[in-house]
Design a protein around this ligand. Structure first.
Ligand SMILES: [Zn+2]
Ligand SMILES: [Zn+2]
Length: 136
């Protein structure tokens, strides 16, 4: 198999298995286990190609670097942790969202990003209250 195809398959597989959307450096770190000597330029090239084939989609959080996820997950949303800046999947959706639009407006689609603290960050801040004042 051609090396670029192999690299692309490895990157697609990483995104299939990922529990959340990943940034290119995160994709590189995970795909490097399957494809040694993988470079970040190759990751970007593979991502462009996979996007063109509609196998992956971009997850854009305002002010954040673009992340990527597989296109096979269907309609869902994301939770952004303000502390660790990780993105989590939110599988739930509300059919009531279309009712938010003014009368006579037809809603075709929507995007939701929930912002807050993930369970990890809540625990960390709770058990180490002095974590922010590193004065040693
Ligand atoms: Zn967090
Ligand atoms: Zn939705």
């Amino acid at each position: 198999m051609e090396r670029i195809t192999q690299q692309k398959l490895a990157i697609a597989a990483v995104l299939e298995r990922a529990e959340c959307p990943l940034t290119p450096p995160e994709i590189l770190a995970r795909a490097s286990k399957a494809v040694p000597r993988l470079g970040v330029a190759t990751v970007y090239r593979a991502l462009r190609s996979l996007r063109k084939e509609k196998r992956i989609v971009v997850v854009e959080i305002p002010g954040e670097a673009p992340r990527y996820e597989t296109a096979t997950r269907g309609h869902h949303h994301h939770f952004f942790c303000n502390d660790c800046r990780r993105v989590f999947e939110v599988p739930e959706c509300s059919s009531k969202l279309a009712e938010l639009a003014p009368p006579r407006f037809q809603v075709l689609d929507h995007e939701i990003i929930l912002y807050g603290k993930c369970p990890n960050c809540q625990t960390r801040n709770g058990s180490f209250p002095d974590a922010m004042s590193a004065d040693d």
